[in-house]
Design a protein around this ligand. Structure first.
Ligand SMILES: [Zn+2]
Length: 52
């Protein structure tokens, strides 16, 4: 399965969750820096990932 990993555009964290409270709600939220917005970075799994 080819999955895409979403990153926070501000802090590059992958700890992102959706605000799914409404049918038109397309906001992403970052748990790390508190960013929220429709813009998000998408990367393929093969992209460089630096963990810790
Ligand atoms: Zn962030």
């Amino acid at each position: 399965m080819t999955g895409k990993i979403i990153h926070c555009p501000m802090c590059r964290s992958t700890d992102i969750y959706w605000d799914a409270r409404g049918p038109q709600s397309t906001l992403h939220h970052c748990r790390k820096c508190g960013y929220n917005g429709a813009f998000i970075l998408e990367c393929d799994e093969e992209s460089e990932v630096h963990m810790g």
